[in-house]
Design a protein around this ligand. Structure first.
Ligand code: ARG
Ligand code: ZN
Length: 877
């Protein structure tokens, strides 16, 4: 049964304070909860019964104002506890439950990860700990007492500040009491208890308060937490400077756990992380991991204001905290590193995940209007498109007014559970702008298409852009309205410099932003001395599909000259994509396209431009992925042709630029100690990108170069990349490198995932057999989400040619695994199913096989709500 946004009602009861008492035990943890409850004066219902959520709980007692209720005084179902009669005045409700963390493999609620007790309550895990009003608009202050065996769990943590600790039972047990003074919804509750090591640091806030920072990790991994700590301090400083936000407790704790459904969680004062997003050293982690750690540490920290101090009224408003916080972490990374490279990587991510979501059966508005299982809505659309919306607000308002709007939002809604309307109102108010059309970005799903036609009038010296917008139909939304789309533009004169933008377009052009609001609009520029080359959607100012008439010559010109570095990259990317699509078309007609040399030449010229930093040049060398090409083609997709076209262009570039690429690979070789900073990471990225192109040749020289990088690497960035390339090859070094890596890292449960990934992504013909065999490997564990993602997730998402085998065996394998995982971890099972969302775009044979595999899930007697919802939406005719 779906839940609808329009059915929102304020809660009938409020819970002022929560006292929790945990007697931690692996198989039988006793939870005592004491709640101060009162009727909500804003409730629209009188004499409502008190209905608490609860799942998988053993109820031991219910005590109302000191009186134990008898069985007839409450009702119990599988998902709720109802107390029909409650006092009119505020009352105290005590609930005793028993739970079994050791059997909890859903990783929601209280569970154990490698012997450590930990929790995940967002979105609805708290109801697996105790009966409660498990909804984000019920805010309470928490006091938590944890008691455990001191040998098993010397570390006892919860939210807020620690009030007390001591021993009991003559030293047999010990306890700690934590208090969080900031009212919060229960999804932000957390506890951790276990035998952990830690590193600590101090932070002084801008206004002079001291904060103790601690990161808890497995024993022996302390040194690998240093980068996360460094990232945390920089995040805290940045939020003070950029948004005026200070931290608000005496301590801030981060705990790394091995079994975690997502990346990390922003629990107040006690962030819990997937350990692969905390642990990093040059030997064990790639630059990409260092970057990801920096960004996720920042993300979770930034939630303290955007998510925790101001939370969401209901789960439909999820983008209020997630879109905004992603925008904030992207801005942080842009400030800490290269702004344009950050933008390129964010746009790549958006186009790789959000665009396909938005154009397939799982398309939904950034603020959905209904859901069956909320965990299915932690999506690229809510997160990444949500961040793009905030970015567009900043673009439309300008930096200063945007900051004022944020200030007003923090001031007005601190301590509240807010909505998107309230958020937008702050920006409308400070800027005096009407954002009502803009608000459509939250409710209308699908990626708008913007078509741009140009015409130059030599006599009149005018140049016009005619812009048309359309948004394709999406599930449940047949009618689409025109959106307010901010398009940042420039016009390049024949010398490659920007022309001044003079027009009589009025409000439709402000500075270099065109405000496209109509289905079709023409902007005419005056005083244009010669036909310019248009640079549209600079900085990717709106999440749209853009179609502009640009010849290959124009693209090469933009790549060489555009003052907007993002669009230089975009030109290269468009050029490469066009070339590959032409190659796919030729292959599907049994021909071979002769294109590619134009792009190779343009790329070669850009690579010698020493004004471009290496990270940027690395981005130019990274061709659109096979999945990107599949998305671009959009229908009748044949992954065999895409694989071959991709290889064809890669090899053509490698052959033409062989010496140049080899020189890049040679000269950028590291000297001196490893540093994870952006400049050094950029050099390694360029080296790796050059090697990847070269390795496609499969020649002895290329393979030796790759093997040499693997065996002589002084850091994981070079080792892992070379390992991936060797694993994809048919060389004798393939086996030696994989075995070598295994010998070196098999005891490290984080690093060994790299070994699974390399094999899962290999396009060799036996990939499926290899992957299947690895599911039975002693280092594989189907209950550990990181292992499942490394092996099965990567096979389905990052190995398109082998996953989409013409015999359909890839689909069958995935469905088999999904059904197995769904029995204990529905969230991970549903997530994997996302890999099938573009099945309808496949060519007819594969489409039929994919549908057959999906149908198997619908025939399964007892799928989880998570998987059930996704399969319904994916198959919906
Ligand atoms: N709020 C977390 C973050 O974005 C994500 C946790 C989501 N967890 C879940 N089970 N849906 O940082
Ligand atoms: Zn988040």
């Amino acid at each position: 049964r779906p839940i609808y946004l329009r059915d929102y009602r304020p809660p009938n009861f409020l819970i002022k304070s929560v006292n929790l008492d945990f007697k931690l035990d692996a198989a039988a943890t006793k939870v005592r909860s004491r709640l101060k409850v009162r009727h909500n004066p804003k409730s629209q219902v009188h004499n409502a019964p008190l209905i608490l959520d609860g799942e998988n709980l053993k109820l031991d007692a219910v005590i109302l104002d000191g009186n134990t209720l008898t069985r007839s005084q409450y009702r119990l179902t599988k998902t709720s506890l109802t107390i029909p009669e409650t006092p009119i005045k505020p009352f105290t409700l005590e609930i005793h439950t028993t739970i079994d963390p050791s059997q909890n493999k859903s990783l929601q609620g209280l569970y154990r990860s490698r012997g450590v007790f930990c929790t995940q309550c967002e979105a609805q895990g708290f109801r697996r700990i105790t009966y409660f009003l498990d909804r984000p608009d019920v805010l309470s202050t928490y006091t938590v007492r944890l008691e455990a065996d001191p040998k098993e769990a010397p570390v006892l943590l919860s939210n807020g500040n620690r009030l007390e600790r001591g021993t009991s039972d003559r030293g047999e047990r010990h306890y700690a009491v934590w208090h969080d003074p900031h009212p919060k919804p229960c999804y932000l509750f957390a506890l951790v208890a276990g035998d952990l090591s830690s590193i600590a640091a101090d932070f002084k806030t801008a206004s002079g308060s001291d904060v103790g920072l601690t990161i808890y990790v497995e024993h022996g991994k302390e040194e690998r937490a240093a980068w996360a700590m460094d990232s945390l301090k920089r995040s805290m400083r940045w939020d003070e400077k950029r948004f005026g936000r200070e931290y608000d407790l005496e301590v801030f704790n981060i705990v790394a756990v091995s079994d975690f459904n997502m990346g990390a969680m922003e629990n107040k004062g006690l962030n819990i992380f997937n350990d692969r997003l905390v642990l990093a050293s040059p030997e064990t982690a790639t630059d990409t991991t260092f970057e990801a750690i920096e960004s996720v540490v920042a993300h979770e920290y930034f939630h303290n204001w955007t998510g925790n101090r101001i939370t969401c009224r209901d789960w439909f408003q999820l983008c209020l905290k997630e879109g905004l916080t992603v925008y904030r972490d992207q801005e942080f990374s842009a400030d800490e590193r290269s702004r344009v490279v950050q933008r390129i990587s964010d746009v790549r991510q958006l186009k790789a995940h959000q665009f396909p979501e938005d154009s397939g059966p799982l398309a939904h508005p950034v603020r959905p209007e209904s859901y069956i299982e909320i965990n299915n809505f932690y999506t690229a659309t809510v997160y990444e498109k949500g961040a793009e919306i905030v970015r567009m607000i900043a673009t439309i308002l300008g930096a200063e007014a945007f900051r004022s709007g944020m200030d007003l939002y923090f001031e007005r809604h601190d301590g509240e559970a807010a909505t998107i309307e309230q958020f937008l109102e702050c920006f409308a108010e400070v800027s005096g702008r009407d954002l009502s059309q803009f608000a459509l970005w939250y409710s209308q799903s699908g990626t708008p298409h913007v078509e741009c036609r140009t015409s130059y009038d030599k006599r009149a010296r005018t140049y016009s852009l005619t812009l048309k917008q359309t948004t394709p139909q999406t599930p449940g939304q047949q009618q689409k309205n025109p959106m307010h789309i901010p398009l940042r533009i420039g016009l390049l004169g024949p010398d490659g410099h920007d022309l001044p933008l003079t027009t009589d377009a009025g409000d439709a052009l402000q500075d270099d932003i065109i405000h496209l609001r109509q289905p079709s609009q023409t902007i005419t520029f005056t005083d244009v001395p010669a036909r310019p080359i248009p640079s549209v959607l600079r900085e990717f100012s709106a999440p749209v599909h853009l179609e502009v008439e640009l010849s290959e010559k124009d693209l090469a010109f933009l790549l060489a000259n555009d003052s907007d570095a993002f669009n230089r990259w975009q030109a290269a990317n468009t050029y490469a994509m066009r070339t590959m699509v032409a190659m796919v078309e030729a292959l599907s007609r049994g021909k071979r396209s002769s294109r590619g040399t134009g792009f190779a030449k343009a790329l070669s010229a850009a690579l010698v431009d020493d004004n471009l930093d290496w990270a940027f040049r690395a981005e130019l060398m990274r061709l659109p992925s096979q999945s990107d090409v599949a998305t671009e083609i959009g229908q009748n997709v044949d992954h065999t042709f895409i694989y071959r076209a991709h290889r064809q262009l890669t090899r053509l570039i490698a052959r033409r630029l062989e010496d140049q690429l080899a020189a890049i690979h040679d000269t950028l070789k590291e000297s001196g100690p490893f540093s994870p900073d952006a400049a050094n990471a950029g050099k390694r990225a360029a080296r790796n990108a050059a090697l990847q192109l070269l390795a496609s040749l499969g020649s002895k020289t290329a393979i030796n170069r790759t093997a040499d990088q693997y065996f002589n690497a002084s850091n994981m960035t070079e080792a892992a990349h070379a390992l991936n390339l060797l694993a994809a090859s048919n060389s004798p070094q393939r086996r030696t490198a994989l075995d070598h890596f295994y010998q070196r890292w098999h005891e490290d449960h984080v690093v060994i995932d790299t070994w699974f990934v390399a094999q899962a992504q290999s396009p060799r013909n036996n990939a499926l057999d290899v992957v299947r065999a690895l599911t039975r490997h002693e280092r594989f564990d189907i209950t550990a989400p990181n292992k499942v993602r490394a092996l099965i997730g990567n096979f389905a998402l990052m190995n398109p040619v082998q996953f989409n085998r013409p015999d359909g065996k890839g689909y069958e394998f995935l469905v088999e695994q999904i059904l197995a995982i769904d029995r204990f971890n529905p969230q991970i099972a549903a997530r994997l199913l996302n890999a099938m969302r573009s099945w309808r775009a496949l060519e007819p044979k594969r489409r039929k096989l994919a549908r057959n595999a999906l149908t198997k899930i619908t025939k399964h007697p007892d799928p989880s709500r998570d998987v059930h919802e996704i399969v319904l939406r994916i198959l919906d005719e």
